[in-house]
Design a protein around this ligand. Structure first.
Ligand SMILES: [Zn+2]
Length: 393
């Protein structure tokens, strides 16, 4: 389904712009009219990370006149494997500022608006309303649902992408012409089921594959050319090198854009909606949580503890807490590894950040290990508060 252009054309292109964009101008479908529409377009990138990096670079190079960047994070060394808009000299600086500097180097004609803040329910509508189109590169479900809800409530289209290891997905959600994200995914996945990139990893170049699809769709929407990915989900498998398109229909029962919506404004708390940990895990960790510092004190005092790292072997290769034994969460949840746990020692579980260890703790307590505890904040907290010399990831 072809759609009319999202943006009106700018009055004219300067001589500099005509020179710069000549390879666009000679494509009949883009031409002067399309390039003027790009010049007039205001696009917001949510996140200047894995997807935002290639997306912002290509949106800037393409001549999108106004680019907003919202990101509250700072550049970390572990970002550089995929977040190609940032460089070594940017480590430690806010991502939004670092991205703006790279954009200025590629195309100084772009007006960049920096939002060096976290997107939240209090600012999302006000920020989105300044733009024609949103490019969503967020990596967590809470923000993803909030982006969708705000976009639908404001009637804005947005280009969505997601990446995990070797798999990517992309689509365009525009309530006026097709389904929204909630039509496709009415409920967030159960907490702990879908690891983040930080936990599961992502092939760096996958960001370019999906980020470039997002820019492709953004350009099509702005200029009104081609068939936008509205009502279709693009699924990419980098290992098989296969792209599949799946039809997504508007769900008449969608809580947000359906016939009888139950969500009529932004939710009070998206973190709560997506749940950082499951109810069972929340119950298990209540009163059974220690800090990394307390773990260190227990170790130093000679307490007889059985410290279990429930992460995956690849993570164990990167860093580990002295004295720990590796038993991945899956083996605990399946019951396979329960025989490895002693009855007469203090069991302490930890993972990277405290989510997986909470899930494992629930399974262990259900199996009768009532005194087991887990470490709040996991090995990340250990590195921050006890041993900064350990590598982090
Ligand atoms: Zn919907």
């Amino acid at each position: 389904m072809a759609l009319p252009p999202l943006v009106e054309p700018a009055a004219e292109l300067s001589v500099d712009e005509i020179r710069r964009y000549s390879r666009h101008l000679i494509i009949p479908d883009v031409g002067m009219d399309g390039q003027k529409r790009l010049k007039n377009a205001k696009v917001l990138a949510v996140g200047a990370g894995g997807l935002g990096s290639p997306a912002l670079l290509y949106l800037a190079a393409a001549g999108v006149g106004t680019l907003g960047i919202i990101d509250f994070d700072t550049v970390d060394e572990s970002n550089l494997q995929r977040q190609i808009i940032h460089g070594v000299s940017d480590v430690g600086t806010p991502k939004a500022e670092s991205a703006a500097r790279s954009i200025a180097e590629i195309n100084p004609l772009v007006n960049v608006i920096i939002h060096n803040t976290a997107l939240d329910r209090d600012n999302v509508k006000e920020i989105f309303s300044q733009y024609d189109l949103i490019v969503d590169g967020t990596d967590n479900f809470a923000t993803r649902y909030m982006v969708n809800d705000a976009a639908v409530l404001l009637g804005k289209p947005y280009v969505w992408g997601s990446i995990y290891r070797f798999d990517g997905q992309a689509s365009v959600f525009w309530e006026e012409h097709g389904p929204c994200y909630r039509c496709l995914y009415p409920e967030p996945p159960p907490p702990g089921m879908v690891p983040s990139c930080a936990e599961g990893g992502v092939l760096g170049v996958l960001c370019a594959s999906i980020g470039s699809i997002q820019v492709n769709e953004a350009i099509k929407l702005i200029t009104g050319i081609g068939e936008p990915l509205v009502g279709r989900l693009m699924v990419y498998d980098a290992l098989e090198m296969e792209y599949r398109k799946i039809k997504v229909r508007k769900d008449p029962n969608c809580a947000l854009c359906g016939e009888n919506p139950t969500v009529t404004d932004l939710l009070e708390d998206y973190e709560d909606f997506c749940g950082a940990v499951s109810e069972e895990a929340q119950e298990a960790i209540t009163g059974s949580t220690i800090t990394a510092r307390e773990l260190k004190d227990w170790q130093d005092s000679g307490k007889d503890i059985f410290l279990v790292d429930v992460r995956e072997p690849a993570e164990w290769e990167i860093n580990r807490i002295p004295g720990a034994t590796l038993i991945p969460k899956g083996e605990i949840l399946s019951g396979e590894a329960l025989a490895k746990f002693p009855q007469d020692r203090q069991i302490v579980l930890h993972c990277k950040s405290g989510v997986r260890s909470a899930e494992a703790l629930a399974a262990l307590k259900a199996a009768g290990f009532k005194d087991a505890v887990h470490v709040q904040g996991g090995i990340v907290s250990w590195v921050n508060t006890v041993d900064p010399s350990l590598p982090s990831y």
